[in-house]
Design a protein around this ligand. Sequence first.
Ligand SMILES: Cc1cc2nc3c(=O)[nH]c(=O)nc-3n(C[C@H](O)[C@H](O)[C@H](O)COP(=O)(O)O)c2cc1C
Length: 207
Amino acid sequence: MNILHIDCSPRDESHSRQLSSAVVARLRGKNAGTDVTYRDLGRHPIPHTGTDYAIALSSPATLAEGPRNSAFQLSEQLIREVEAAEVLVIGTPMNNFTVPSVLKAWIDQILRIGRTFSSSSEGKVGLLRDRPVFICVASGGVFAGDRANQPDFLTPYMKVALGCVGLMELYFLPLQATAFLDQEQLATARDSLIAKVDLDEILFNLT
Ligand SMILES: Cc1cc2nc3c(=O)[nH]c(=O)nc-3n(C[C@H](O)[C@H](O)[C@H](O)COP(=O)(O)O)c2cc1C
């Protein structure tokens, strides 16, 4: 099994890193011979899409060149990492109610018309094969559940953005209130989040 593991926090003591690593470790434990491709967007951010990319996207002729156009090189590399993976595990902080800009920069390279989605009168149609995506979110406060006291643009945004390319099987693991819980409480919260995911069922569906 191939896993694409992405982390987005800039912090060494990151809770989302710990959670995503724990999910990867559990997947590894259940599958001998698992390969992991690791993208550390938090420590090594990819550049934001620039002029070349915007121009290349805006004309049918340059779009048709696909990976032969140098503006699409990074996009192509990142999309191939997704295509090569059976499972994606994304660790991300919530920043100002949504994803951090390093993750947005990755999304801007992955959602490419004519490559990962097409456009129809009904809307956008994903062109990638669906696969499980674990989204391990750390937030200082509470955004989901009965005690939520702030808006959540991260969850609906990720559903729409990943759904646009055909990734619909999303498992959100929100590790909330990191600003208020102590290490022991955080470890308990992390364990109970992971326990909620039936990895056996997910892995069974993959075979
Ligand atoms: C720029 C910035 C914006 C943040 N915005 C939010 C927010 O909107 N909601 C929230 O609950 N926590 C917010 N936080 C707190 C982080 O989500 C929290 O510290 C989280 O644990 C960070 O993830 P990490 O532990 O993986 O680094 C923000 C932190 C930073 C640095």
